[in-house]
Design a protein. Sequence first.
Length: 296
Amino acid sequence: MTVPTPGPDPRPEPVSPAPPPGGWDCHAHIFGPSDRFPYAEGRGYTPPDAPPAHFLRHLDALGLARGVVVQANAHGLDNRAMLAALAAAPERLRGVAITPAGTDAATLRDWHRAGVRGLRFHLFHPDHRPGYRRGVGWEAVEALLPAMLELGWHAQFWADARVLPGEEARLARLAARLPVVFDHFGESNAQEGLEAPGFRALLRLVREHGAWAKLSAPYRVSLRGPDYPDARPLHDAVLRAAPERVVWGSDWPHPQIPAERMPNDGRLLNLLLAWTPDPVDRERVLVRNPERLYGG
């Protein structure tokens, strides 16, 4: 049985100061419409529809120019909803797909022409979200790596921080070949602080091995909403580690988050701006770094 989840807060608070022109939201999801793109059997949750027009309204409300649509669990390995979003707004949107090891290079080349710029993989701890349908892991990375290198794509990981120390050497070797990007502060636990083994491994990968990190979804690492003060040190440490390899994402429309913890998207961007007071760093995180990673 899947769990229905609420939609995003429809009234984002005003963003101030205005983000730099050309800003990106580098982590969001498209769901449905489910009558056209049915949700996957065995999914971990059932979201309300979040079609491309709603995501474009979200970008406009935040004063952002462009966005990245990341394939999510509710659609499994069926990337059609994500690809339809790219086709609906090719000048504004880029995509990150999830696909199994057997996907042929010709398909990936077609997706590149459509605006896909990377593939997403999962590295979960065995007791991370029991019953949650997994995506794809190292087998798919190894099989698809030649095509990813040919296309200049990145490998995006939704990784449980607890597995990062054990996977660090392998991830470092991969990061030497193509950009490796970690979602959501590496799914660290803000309460464990900066010395947690998983977060220390994330920082080493970013600082020493050229990996990238998304300053996305602080509500996934902190329960102290709406301002997540215990996530601020994680933000500062990641930004200091490699300001030229950090991007921001809202995680709109916030799948799996209960209504009482649903963040406000305007507030999330205001937090990013408050936590990143240097205008040069803001420009990097919101504009210049995404342009490099997603190909303009």
